[in-house]
Design a protein around this ligand. Structure first.
Ligand SMILES: [Zn+2]
Length: 603
């Protein structure tokens, strides 16, 4: 094995050896080889080995990330690591000191070969964590593989040893030269961390889109017309590529977990993982929801993986990476996911307008929309969006939903400003060419606004300042008017409201949420209060109707249990502030309006 290390090192250093005559002889470049085993998958452990060679110092710090890019929460992956040890070239134990929560300092002779090995407990099946059981293994590299702290850019190889009886490994990592079974190469730690791996007996489907082979690794049982699914995924992928107009791929992998529950998706450089309810394909609505999820994650291969805010790469795996622009990275990805589905025919025009009206309702009926701006929601994702509590709707707004509404209004403003010549797609094209291809970096907040101005031929500084970096309500009516569409709203509920949500899932009727400035909020009902009596009656089919609404100004008497003691409360029904929004074509649109509409909803 050491010889093999030196050979790899010499190859890697080949370019350096061609340095000008007179240069000092160079030490072999460091090399890194990972192995991943799961000999007892039913115990939920991955066993990781890392062979390191050519590290010049007499110690090497190795680290495990605290988060996974794309999922903005510090998850402390090192909490699942155990049995960390290091050995030298002849098998002798090396000193290991843990110097902080996710860093191990390994002392070793300079330039010597050494290995580290550890186990990772993996029993959290989500798109952003790792899992192994008797049926399959799934991992995100950031939660499993350590990296040398000073050599994040170092290339590596990985050999996967599947559990007995498992025949498939699905990953976007490329096979390593030499053809060794289940052996892959990564150009850097970023690529290793950004290439999830599915191991087991998954069914692997395939289609070609944009001239590129796309694999679909399906874990779990499911029922779907596979030919229809693959044809539709191809259309979605081609629709997504048409936005930016350039294909950065030579291969792509969808890993799909078909489970009892659905859990969303996570984007990667050449792949994505989708977690869906295994029955999702059996209804038309569920099937289309799958296509929208696929479109969202696939569009990320441009927006966020390549077209990105400066803070989102290269990543600092040690701590939060802050950006004000998740409303671009996530919200506009959601905007395009739906628009792509419109363009490919999965929504008709009114169906798409109804979807947008519903999203606007979600945003405008959330009290937190008046408290937290889209930029603040982005910046605080780490401590708010990813750590919700009962008060979240009162204090914050989703940068997905808000970003989709910003994308829609900005798109209409651009199409209108250019008399139907340009649209939001052109902003993404400009960002791709300028920042990804030419400059090889992300863009700042100001550079994003400048790109919009370049495409639109005018600046929207007030819009960004007031409705993105502050909480001013977006002028939807004017924006839809550009396209000859009427925007209106009406009270969602003519009755007075309690302004609270309830659940009886535990067999007890509990308050689960109170809405800012509603009756419950104002009159002192608390989350977790147990409702014992409603206007003097025990909770039952008739009496609970009073919780769903009543005449504005009328009293509602409740007896609740709080902290183990009964308490009497009188609430006064308040007008329900929620509104239902409608977007409809106006009669007799002008030629200019028709032009805007055609550009906005056309190809
Ligand atoms: Zn996303």
């Amino acid at each position: 094995m050491p010889n093999h290390f030196r050979l790899l090192g010499a190859l890697a250093a080949g370019a350096l050896l061609a340095a000008p005559a007179g240069a000092r002889p160079l030490a072999p470049a460091p090399t890194l080889r990972y192995t991943l085993a799961m000999p007892a998958p039913q115990t939920h452990y991955f066993e990781v080995g890392v062979a390191l060679s050519g590290f010049a110092q007499d110690y090497t710090d190795v680290k495990l990330p605290v988060w996974a890019p794309g999922s903005y929460l510090v998850r402390e992956y090192a909490k699942n690591v155990e049995g960390f040890r290091a050995t030298g070239a002849s098998g002798q134990a090396l000193a290991v000191e843990k110097i902080d929560k996710n860093t191990w300092r390994v002392r070793h002779p300079k330039q010597a070969d050494f290995k580290v090995a550890y186990r990772v407990y993996a029993f959290e099946l989500s798109v952003r964590t790792s899992f192994v059981d008797a049926d399959h293994g799934y991992l995100n590299g950031s939660s499993i593989f350590v990296y040398p702290a000073l050599n994040k850019g170092l290339a590596s190889t990985l050999t996967v040893q599947p559990a007995p009886g498992w025949a498939q490994v699905s990953t976007a990592l490329r096979p390593a030269p030499g053809g060794a079974k289940f052996t892959y190469q990564a150009a850097s730690y970023d690529e290793l961390a950004d290439s999830p791996i599915e191991i087991g007996n998954q069914k692997v489907l395939q289609f070609t889109a944009n001239g590129t082979v796309h694999q679909v690794a399906m874990y779990g049982t499911y029922q779907v017309d596979e030919n229809r699914l693959l044809a539709d995924m191809q259309k979605i992928c081609e629709g997504a590529q048409a936005v930016v107009g350039q294909n950065p791929l030579d291969h792509y992998l969808f890993i799909v977990h078909n489970l009892e529950r659905g859990g969303g998706g996570l984007e990667h450089l050449y792949s994505t993982t989708l977690e869906v309810n295994r029955a999702t394909y059996t209804t038309e609505a569920g099937y289309k929801a799958f296509l929208r999820l696929a479109a969202h994650e696939y569009f990320h291969l441009w927006n966020v993986k390549r077209i990105r805010p400066v803070a989102l790469g290269p990543f600092d795996y040690d701590k939060e990476n802050y950006t004000h622009m998740l409303w671009v990275s996530e919200g506009m990805t959601e905007y395009f996911a739906n628009l792509i589905n419109k363009r490919t025919g999965y929504y008709d025009q009114q169906g798409y307008l109804d979807h947008l009206a519903s999203t606007i309702g979600t945003v405008e009926n959330t009290p937190g929309n008046k408290v937290q701006s889209a930029s603040e929601a982005s910046f605080d994702a780490w401590i708010k969006y990813y750590r919700p509590n009962e008060n979240s709707p009162n204090t914050g707004i989703s940068y997905y939903d808000k970003g989709e509404t910003i994308g829609l209004v900005l798109d209409l403003m651009i199409v209108n400003a250019t008399q139907g010549q340009k649209h939001l797609d052109d902003v993404f094209r400009l960002l791709y060419d300028t920042y990804y291809k030419k400059l090889g970096r992300g863009f700042t907040d100001q550079e994003y606004q400048d790109a919009v101005a370049t495409v639109a031929g005018r600046r929207f500084d007030d819009f960004f300042k007031q409705s993105v970096y502050d909480t001013k309500t977006v002028d939807y009516a004017t924006a839809f008017g550009y396209a000859g569409l009427g925007f209106s709203s009406a009270p969602a509920n003519p009755n007075g409201s309690v302004g609270a949500t309830f659940s009886n899932r535990t067999g007890r009727l509990l308050v689960t949420g109170t809405e800012r400035d509603g009756a419950a909020w104002t009159d002192g009902l608390n989350v977790n209060d147990e409702v014992l009596l409603i206007n003097g009656a025990a909770p039952g089919e008739e009496s609970v109707k009073a919780l769903q609404g009543g005449a504005v100004g009328a009293p509602l008497k409740l007896q609740v249990r709080r902290d183990g003691l009964p308490r009497e409360l009188t609430l006064t029904y308040r007008a329900d502030p929620d509104r239902r929004f409608t977007i409809q074509p106006l009669p007799n649109p002008t030629a200019a309006q028709q032009k805007v509409l055609a550009k906005w909803l056309g190809k």
